[in-house]
Write a protein that binds this ligand. Structure first.
Ligand SMILES: [Mg+2]
Length: 233
């Protein structure tokens, strides 16, 4: 099986954005709003089971015993502030690539493979992050701003397929979480999983290969062996 393109998840796959990006931004948003809520790492790792920042905030406020209407209104407002804070962290280059990511992307580019993004993060912070940390290497970028359903819905991957005009068999996804692998597989794509510290306990068995990270030689070798070589760009 030979793939012509690789489509990457962002959070947890390209960057360790969860605990050092999003968590920090959520806490700054709580502080800015004068709320006493703070998420330490264990709390945040537990809350990661809920996909989507706004949904995660609403679940948290519900846990704290707030009323349904208040949960939704607070989540909406806090998520807006958090996205703004996350955007400035991205612009400042405070969310660096995971070890091995830059080398892997360089190898794939040299190999002549096109690179795409399928994330359900907001475009407001994804775009500056991709630009600041990786440069103009991406062909198609689909974010949570362009879809209605978050992963594990396949919608973001189906949108990448539509925009690239590639067949499912042409594309391999790289994901770090159970929700992400499920989204790729539900879209009919092969998926390679790269674990990180937050997804060590996830069941990633639907992936073709599960590696320790983007710097795992097994992951790099598999991707280079299963992608097509054409004249480099
Ligand atoms: Mg992820």
């Amino acid at each position: 099986m030979t793939f012509r393109a690789v489509v990457f998840d962002v959070d947890g796959t390209l960057v360790d954005s969860e605990r050092d990006g999003h968590r920090v931004a959520f806490n700054e948003a709580f502080a800015e709003a004068g709320l006493p809520d703070r998420w330490d790492v264990p709390t945040y790792v537990r809350l990661l089971e809920v996909s989507g920042g706004r949904q995660r905030l609403a679940a948290w406020f519900r846990e704290q015993g707030r009323g349904e209407d208040e949960c939704e209104a607070l989540a909406e407002r806090l998520h807006e502030a958090k996205t703004r804070i996350m955007r400035s962290l991205a612009l400042l280059g405070r969310i660096p690539p995971r070890p091995g990511v830059l080398a892997l992307l360089r190898d794939l580019t040299r190999h002549g493979v096109s690179l795409h993004i399928a994330t359900t993060g907001s475009r407001a912070w994804v775009e500056p992050l991709l630009r600041t940390s990786f440069g103009p290497i991406w062909d198609v970028v689909v974010t949570g701003t362009e879809v209605t359903d978050l992963k594990p819905s396949p919608q973001v991957y189906l949108e990448v397929l539509r925009r690239t005009s590639l067949d499912q068999a042409d594309l391999v996804a790289v994901e770090d979480s159970a929700q992400g692998v499920a989204a790729a597989v539900a879209a009919g794509l092969a998926c390679v999983a790269v674990r990180n510290q937050d997804t060590r306990h996830h069941d990633l068995s639907a992936a073709r290969l599960v590696g320790a990270g983007p710097d795992d030689p097994a992951v790099v070798d598999w991707l280079l062996a299963h992608t097509a070589t054409r004249a480099p760009r």
